[in-house]
Design a protein around this ligand. Structure first.
Ligand SMILES: Nc1nc2c(ncn2[C@@H]2O[C@H](COP(=O)(O)OP(=O)(O)OP(=O)(O)O)[C@@H](O)[C@H]2O)c(=O)[nH]1
Ligand SMILES: [Mg+2]
Length: 726
């Protein structure tokens, strides 16, 4: 009975689990298989669990006590019993919501037959109606009392009905089988009893019984009158049943109340059991068949008393029960004689042990009928099958390949980008050192300005301009020619010297600038190539689809080549625009020189040496003004010295080159950076998508997993229990 409780629990769970599965299959968008088909399979599985009955067929000669024993199992006299041959129809007894009786008919019932039945049932609290669908009649009861059912059955299933209810003969003819539904307190959930007419009965052939009933049943209980074991009729028939697919047969030696105490011996050492086993031997029936003694009558009466269908006095007066005097005396002294009698009769009847063995066998040994277990296998298999695609999706969402690839890719790009950025910074710093002064490795650079200032220092001016002029003036012819030309030739000579001097310094400067810029240009070009490499890598990481990458690549190539040109233009254009300024400055400076020297000196009649001494300071002052300090123009305004112009140019050139290069690098890098940001955004998008998928799928998967695990657990438990038994 402990097992039965467990079985009931499992059964309830299986029904709920099937409903859950059905709900998933029916409506869930994440169910990925043939909906209609699965729905049908689950529904039919559910139906078989719901209706899953272990059918126990009661077989045996007429009058052996089959109907009485079933009544005893039910705890009330629902089925008619008689001292004469009684049952004439196959009758199923199952559990239902309330008491009713359904007749399955071979042909439609006539209104006349129905009317007759209603008349016969006149004094019963029962309503007679047509069954839905196939031909049949439903008799619904307003009360559960066994007597009402018994009385309703009497005109339909008994042999004597032919005499007592001849008007219902045509209806009886049509009855193929009867189904009794009894309320839940009376009968176990998964059990159906099948009452059959005595094997001798003419109303049903053995053939019919074997094909229609035995095949659809799980246990056959063969009833033998314990007083008549010697002449069991249908042993060949019984033998066939046992051999037939190994159908289990219990032998019940009934009416054990008529036996002497020492005759009741299941081991078969003496009494009817011994006789039965000998008969088995003769007929080659396996001797391990279970043999029980039973007094169905005692069991029934005990329960009738317990349920108040009869009184204590009724039973004490029942001769068939033959309650011994010792028991009667005990009852007289008892505080609860009713309970005591019930208990005494039940124990004597041996019904409880038969019932226990019977449920035990049906629910746990009888594999063919193990509806719950097979439903568990079904649940396990289906849950697993439905779970597989969800699991797969969950795994993908937990570790999306695309996501990992994107991230790894992005991280490596950022790394290379940072490397390029550092290289570019180093290059620009080197350029700064070369142009503004500083160190590059072991090498020290003065910078453009310092280099230029050094080239144009006083000593250099002295050496390269003033000394040659002085030397030129030493030539008397030159001096005279200068005086005669109002110093125009001197002016020309100074112009020539200044021009040569400035040009030489500028050529040196240009060489330095060219070197610094070309080194920077080359290094930066390499770094930009790396950036381009990064971008190209971005465009085609394996298996990743980044929308719009093609378009952005194209535009970036365009930007790259355009800005490459820009670097060159920035450097070249400034030089061109500054050199004419130097020319103007020289021209303006020398123009002033000629005027000044002429204005002071033309009228004096000095000797050559004196002339030279007077001229040289003026030349010097003007050259210095022109180159270094700045002089006065014709309107008295200050002229900008060449030094300032060139230094200004050099600084502007260095700054502009630096800026142009830096902005190109920045552009290229920030373009890549933006694309990395896009990748990051895509990663986050994927992450969000995955999170949404996980949030949606995980509860469903958990549900399926729970069904699968619990079903597997039940299967395991069952297997363990079976192993234990062996
Ligand atoms: N003494 C005694 N009599 C019993 C017992 N069981 C049944 N009987 C009686 O035996 C007779 C036949 O009982 P039924 O239950 O109608 O027998 P059955 O096997 O259903 O008979 P059919 O329906 O004709 O096949 C009735 O008078 C019962 O009271 C029992 O355990 N002990
Ligand atoms: Mg009967």
């Amino acid at each position: 009975m402990k097992f039965y409780k467990q079985h009931e629990e499992h059964r309830t769970w299986v029904l709920t689990a099937l409903d859950r599965l059905l709900g998933f299959v029916r409506t869930d968008p994440d169910f990925r298989a043939d909906r209609a088909h699965e729905e049908e399979t689950i529904a039919s599985q559910r139906k078989s669990v719901e209706e899953g009955k272990y059918r126990i067929v009661f077989l045996g000669a007429f009058n052996v006590g089959k109907s009485t024993a079933i009544n005893a199992f039910l705890g009330g006299a629902y089925l008619p019993m008689d001292v004469e041959e009684c049952t004439s129809k196959l009758t199923y007894i199952e559990r239902g919501d309330r008491m009713d009786l359904r007749l399955k008919l071979g042909a439609h019932v006539t209104e006349e037959e129905l009317a007759t039945l209603r008349t016969v049932y006149d004094d019963l609290p029962a309503r007679v109606s047509h069954a839905e669908g196939a031909p049949g009649i439903v008799i619904a009861f307003d009360s559960d009392a066994p007597a009402f059912m018994r009385r309703a059955l009497a005109p339909l299933v008994t042999v004597m009905a032919d005499e007592e209810f001849p008007r219902l003969a045509s209806l009886r003819e049509k009855i193929e089988e009867l189904r009794l539904a009894l309320p839940s307190a009376v009968i176990e959930q998964d059990i159906a009893f099948v009452d059959t007419p005595g094997v001798h009965s003419i109303s049903m052939s053995r053939q019919e019984i074997s094909y229609n009933i035995i095949e659809r049943s799980h246990l056959v209980i063969c009833f033998v009158d314990s007083g008549l074991v010697g002449n069991i009729h249908d042993l060949n028939f019984i033998k066939r049943i046992i051999k037939w697919r190994g159908r289990r047969v219990f032998f019940v030696l009934n009416k054990a109340d008529k036996l002497e105490r020492d005759e009741i011996d299941v081991r078969g050492v003496r009494g009817p059991a011994k006789a039965l086993i000998q008969t088995f031997k003769r007929h080659e029936i396996p001797e391990d068949s279970d043999i029980f003694f039973l007094s169905g009558y005692r069991a029934l009466r005990a329960q009738e008393l317990e349920h108040g269908h009869v009184t204590l006095e009724d039973l004490l007066e029942d001769n068939k029960l033959s309650v011994p005097t010792s028991v009667r005396e005990r009852l007289e002294e008892s505080d609860a004689p009713k309970a005591e009698l019930v208990n005494y009769l039940l124990v004597q009847s041996r019904l409880p042990s038969l019932k226990e063995r019977l449920l035990d066998y049906l629910l746990f040994e009888n594999k063919e009928g193990a509806v719950v277990e097979s439903a568990c296998k079904f649940l396990c298999e289906r849950a697993d099958r439905f779970l597989a695609p969800l699991d797969m999706e969950i795994r993908l969402a937990e570790h999306p390949a695309e996501f990992d690839e994107l991230r790894a890719n992005r991280e490596s790009l950022i790394e290379s980008l940072n490397r390029v950025r550092a290289q570019a910074e180093r290059t620009l710093n080197e350029y700064n050192a070369r142009s503004k002064g500083g160190r590059v490795g072991d090498e020290a650079f003065a910078g453009y300005e310092a280099q230029f200032r050094k080239g144009m220092c006083d000593e250099a001016i002295e050496e390269h301009i003033l000394v040659p002029i002085y030397r030129w003036l030493r030539d008397g012819a030159n001096l005279r020619a200068a005086r005669q030309s109002n110093f125009a030739t001197l002016s020309l000579q100074v112009e020539h010297q200044v021009d040569e001097f400035v040009s030489r310094i500028m050529a040196e400067m240009n060489a330095s600038i060219e070197q610094a810029e070309s080194m920077a240009r080359q290094a930066i070009a390499e770094q930009l190539m790396q950036v381009r490499g990064i971008r190209m890598h971005m465009a085609s990481p394996a298996g990743i689809h980044i929308h719009g990458i093609e378009a952005s690549m194209t535009s970036s190539y365009a930007a790259f080549s355009a800005s490459g040109a820009l670097v060159g233009a920035a450097a070249g254009a400034t030089i061109g625009s500054v050199f004419p300024g130097i020319g103007t400055a020289i021209g303006a400076g020398l123009g002033a020189l000629a005027g000044v020297v002429g204005g002071f000196l033309t009228r004096l009649a000095w000797g050559d040496e004196k002339w030279r001494r007077k001229i040289m300071p003026v030349v010097r002052e003007n050259v210095m003004n022109m180159l270094v300090h700045g002089g006065k123009d014709a309107d008295g305004g200050r002229t900008t010295p060449i030094m300032e112009i060139v230094i200004d140019y050099l600084n502007r050139r260095a700054n502009e080159f630096y800026k142009a290069v830096q902005s190109e690098v920045d552009n290229a890098i920030s373009q890549v950076q933006r694309e990395c940001d896009d990748l990051l955004a895509r990663e986050e998008e994927i992450r969000r998508e995955c999170d949404a998928i996980l949030a949606r799928l995980r509860p469903k998967a958990a549900l399926l997993d729970e069904v699968r695990e619990r079903a597997a657990e039940i299967i395991r438990q069952t297997a363990e229990r079976d192993a234990e038994r062996v």
